[in-house]
Design a binder for this molecule. Structure first.
Ligand SMILES: O=P(O)(O)OC[C@H]1O[C@H](O[C@H]2O[C@H](CO)[C@@H](O)[C@H](O)[C@H]2O)[C@H](O)[C@@H](O)[C@@H]1O
Length: 249
């Protein structure tokens, strides 16, 4: 069932979908997420029904998102918007966004090595330090990462995440892929709808609303969490592909 207040997906929408916490249930570690076997084909089918206007917008590195969703190769924004892939499959403008200094990774690697249960995740344009296994370390993680960000506050920000803190470039937000993709076909002229669950997704939702669209929240709107989002997408994939006019012979 579609939850009250959530519209059915329309053929003239452009869909922007967060990954962790929206399409996938949260797991104890980043590698432990379970991707339902039919999710890549549902996304591919729905993308077809939307004329290709479906994007994944995630904090995951592009390479990781590709591995998780294979064989579906997503258009979208990765690394919280630091890495983009356009609708023809080309990487766009990654070199305009800085990467954290490697010395910061070294510092955080040493910091994590002295505390059991912390997990460091390096990405092309960011660093995540996960404390899900040791919640009592959250404040220490925040302080260690904040001290690094304060060395270059114009270039980087500290992002609170689910049982993690992340350093990301200030220029990379989830609004970036929304505005970039909406400027060109097949997204141009459609109604943008962003679905997400986390603080970082609020930028994407705001960008979609600014362009006349919608921001839908997993928790407030989709109270049933990722399974409810996936069921909504699967129903639309079936409906929109059945509604496609037959090609003229
Ligand atoms: O933008 P998203 O697609 O929501 O990605 C946000 C971050 O998700 C991952 O971390 C989170 O999910 C993990 C798996 O469920 C969980 O173990 C972790 O505690 C969460 O913080 C990912 O590892 C990050 O790189 C993403 O930025």
């Amino acid at each position: 069932m579609t939850p009250p207040g959530v519209p059915e997906i329309e053929a003239d929408w452009a869909l922007f979908l967060d990954l962790d916490g929206t399409l996938l249930e949260l797991a104890p570690t980043p590698d432990a997420v379970i991707v339902p076997a039919d999710l890549p084909s549902v996304l591919a089918c729905l993308s077809g029904g939307l004329g290709g206007a479906l994007a994944i917008v995630t904090g995951r590195a592009r390479e990781t998102a590709d591995q998780l969703l294979a064989p579906f190769l997503p258009t979208g924004g990765f690394g919280h918007g630091a890495e983009l892939r356009d609708a023809v499959g080309a990487a766009v403008g990654d070199d305009t966004v800085p990467a954290p200094p490697s010395a910061w990774c070294d510092t955080l690697t040493r910091f994590a090595a002295t505390r059991d249960g912390l997990l460091l995740e390096r990405k092309p344009h960011g660093i995540a330090l996960h404390y899900r296994a040791v919640p009592t370390q959250g404040e220490a993680v925040r302080a260690a990462m904040q001290a690094l960000v304060l060395q270059a506050p114009n270039d980087f920000v500290l992002l609170p995440a689910h049982m993690a803190f992340e350093i990301r470039p200030r220029a990379a937000t989830k609004a970036r892929p929304v505005t970039a993709l909406m400027a060109a076909p097949p997204f141009l002229g459609r109604r943008p709808v962003f679905v997400g669950d986390d603080v970082t997704d609020e930028d994407g939702m705001a960008a979609a609303r600014d362009l006349g669209g919608l921001g839908l929240h997993v928790g407030r709107d989709f109270t049933g969490g990722p399974p409810q989002v996936r069921a909504w997408l699967a129903r639309a994939a079936r409906r929109l592909t059945q509604e496609q006019p037959l090609a003229q012979s």
